[in-house]
Ligand binder design. Structure first.
Ligand code: F6R
Length: 613
């Protein structure tokens, strides 16, 4: 939520900041703004809407500054508007600040400041924090750095803040707790960002800032301190991402590019780990906590949104193959409901961004109670990855489209590997099934490629036919139930059509009342142990004149004969089949969104990385 960028160096800051904001726009696009230090003055430009609106606003202005900060906002406190856009000026006008996060005790701080005569130009919690810092600076007659340190000791909440001060023409002060901050080291320059994408064009050397750290950043100097004012040696890491990975590469949208990247990204998440020929799985993260996993009382999977759907499928798979009790928890509920956790529990945190606030706090709490934490994360070096006792990266590469696609299938690929490895070590799977599943998993990248090549045109047709529907129902049973949920979520996100996912049999307990000739019902109906039952469910919908769109296995003439429209996927073992079934549903959502003329990469109200509760 909210993207932040900063630059100190000898080049013009504004173009670098704008370019960085465009790369971070997936984190929020309610407003955008920049603050520049011209050497003797601060200049702030900000505008409601996307970064393009800011660019239009600034067009023609001659901004001569080599230091600046920029922000793209996902609104929390205060509606999207010019006045609530960041950066904010302090009351004196001497400091400008951007903030990503939430200041929970802002109301109290605000009333204290108001009593002292401070006024506020916005409704944001961020402006309160800025003036709180300024107040300390004035009262204590101290440096900005010292004032930030003092202020942050009283602040409750999550933040990354970047500040520039009229009296410090070559400096950005930055601090973090709970929201991500990366600093790139350039040639006599430093780049700051919520992730590394804004700096990829300039440097591969980065420092991930930790919670409660404060950075004083100048062109030739990066000083890192803790809140106790002790120096910390920055840990410089080399980035392993190419610029091309964060560009559209000829596709109309990131979402489409990412859907079509899946043969490669699934392959990447299996690469070096799955050896189907020699029936072996290498996962050092699992080896590290192998005994814990084998003897676990429970595996608790915590996640949100699409990652939660991956966790739900993993529950079915791990229970089936490993005979371990699994619970899947919404991180936001889990963190607040005082769950009973022991040192015999293993928590698997599933997260694309590795920064989701609820997931992060949920594992923090579980860790305190003695559980072992395994992080299954896409973004390398992210907070969840760093907090975990062990883990594995999904290797899907940067996911820019706000609706998650390739990260989901990479999560599934990795969760399959984990389940299979633990089942093998625990001897709860026989060698024949183990070999079969490994073999089928290895075929997935090619099968996804086949689906994309063979079904794309048909799915575009189906999307055109149903693009004006008001509601959709998604139904699936067993291993395909989580895919029904994911299909419905994807459609909601990018088309704004109301869609619900249900277990197919549960439909009779209520949702069937919705069915009439106007309701498209998507069945995830690949050939599996429940096939006859799902055929009956399709009949029940048809008997009530519902329109059936079905994901079917190649050669399944029964469902194909009943459905109004079909999307065909290759036949594969039923445990592995869901990773194929989701691909046509991703395409369907994408094309329906496009038919409705929507910005599928940046759906309204959403942000990619939910770093606030
Ligand atoms: C849906 C989507 C979200 C995320 C959720 C968790 O397309 O992207 O539902 O899955 O916000 O995010 P991560 O996986 O980053 O923890």
């Amino acid at each position: 939520m909210c993207g932040i960028v900063g630059y100190v160096g000898s080049n013009l800051a504004y173009p670098i900041l704008i370019d960085g904001l465009k790369k971070l726009e997936y984190r929020g696009y309610d407003s955008a703004g920049v603050a520049l230090h011209t050497g003797n003055a601060l200049e702030v430009y900000k505008k409601e809407g996307k970064v393009a609106a800011l660019e239009d606003f600034v067009y023609g202005k001659n901004i001569q500054a080599t230091v600046g900060i920029g922000h793209t906002r996902w609104a929390t406190h205060g509606v999207p508007s010019d006045r609530n856009a960041h950066p904010h000026y302090s009351n004196s006008g001497n400091i400008a600040m951007i903030h990503n996060g939430i200041i929970e005790n802002y109301a109290q701080l605000k009333s204290e400041l108001q009593q002292k005569g401070y006024t506020f130009a916005s409704d944001t919690d961020s402006e309160v924090l800025l003036n709180f810092i300024e107040d300390i600076k004035i009262n204590n007659d101290c440096s900005l750095e010292e004032a930030v340190r003092v202020a942050l000791k009283r602040v409750v909440g999550a933040y990354v803040i970047l500040l520039i001060d009229k009296d410090l023409p070559d400096t950005i002060i930055a601090a973090r707790k709970g929201s991500p901050l990366v600093i790139g080291i350039g040639n006599n320059a430093h780049y700051l960002g919520s992730d590394a994408s804004p700096m990829l064009a300039y440097t591969k050397e980065v420092v991930y800032i930790n919670d409660y750290e404060l950075a004083i950043v100048r062109p030739d100097e990066l000083i890192l301190k803790n809140l106790g004012n002790e120096r910390i040696t920055p840990f410089v890491q080399k980035l392993d991402i190419e610029l091309a990975a964060i560009e559209k590469g000829g596709y109309d949208h990131f979402m489409l590019k990412e859907i079509f990247e899946q043969p490669q990204t699934i392959f990447d998440s299996l690469r070096g780990r799955l050896d189907a020929e020699h029936q072996h799985i290498t996962l050092s993260g699992v080896d590290k906590i192998k005994e814990k996993l084998i003897h676990a009382n429970r595996v608790i999977i915590v996640a949100c949104g699409t990652s939660w759907h991956a966790g739900l499928l993993a529950e079915y798979v791990i229970e089936e193959l490993c005979r371990i009790n699994v619970e899947v928890e919404y991180a936001s509920e889990f963190r607040y409901r005082n769950p009973i956790i022991t040192d015999k529990d293993v928590i698997i945190a599933v997260s694309q961004s590795g920064e989701t606030a609820d997931t992060l706090v949920a594992i923090e709490n579980a860790k305190k109670q003695g559980a072992t934490i395994f992080g299954l994360v896409n973004v390398v070096g992210s907070s969840i990855a760093r907090m975990s006792d062990a883990g594995a990266y999904t290797h899907a590469g940067p996911e820019i489209g706000v609706a998650s696609t390739k990260a989901f299938t990479a999560q599934l690929a990795l969760l399959y590997l984990i389940a299979l490895k633990v089942a093998y070590e625990k001897q709860t799977i026989d060698q024949t099934l183990f070999n079969k599943l490994l073999g089928d998993l290895a075929k997935v990248p090619q099968y996804v490629q086949d689906i994309l090549e063979e079904q794309d045109a048909a799915i575009q047709e189906i999307a055109r036919k149903y693009a004006d529907a008001n509601d959709f129902l998604y139904l699936g049973r067993g291993f395909n139930f989580p895919i029904a949920l994911e299909g419905a979520l994807k459609l909601k996100e990018v088309s704004y059509i109301h869609a619900e996912g249900y277990p197919a049999a549960e439909m009779k307990h209520g949702p069937i009342a919705l069915v009439d000739e106007n309701l498209p019902v998507v069945f995830v109906a690949t050939k599996d142990s429940y096939h006859e039952k799902i055929v009956s469910n399709i009949q029940e919908i048809k008997a009530r004149k519902g329109q059936v769109i079905a994901v079917v296995s190649q050669g399944d003439n029964v469902v194909a004969g009943l459905a109004d429209d079909v999307m065909v996927v290759p036949q594969i073992h039923e445990i592995i089949a869901p990773i194929l079934s989701v691909v046509p549903l991703q395409l369907l959502s994408y094309y329906i969104g496009i038919n409705r003329g929507l910005d599928v990469d940046k759906p309204r109200n959403l942000a990619k990385s939910v770093t606030v509760e």
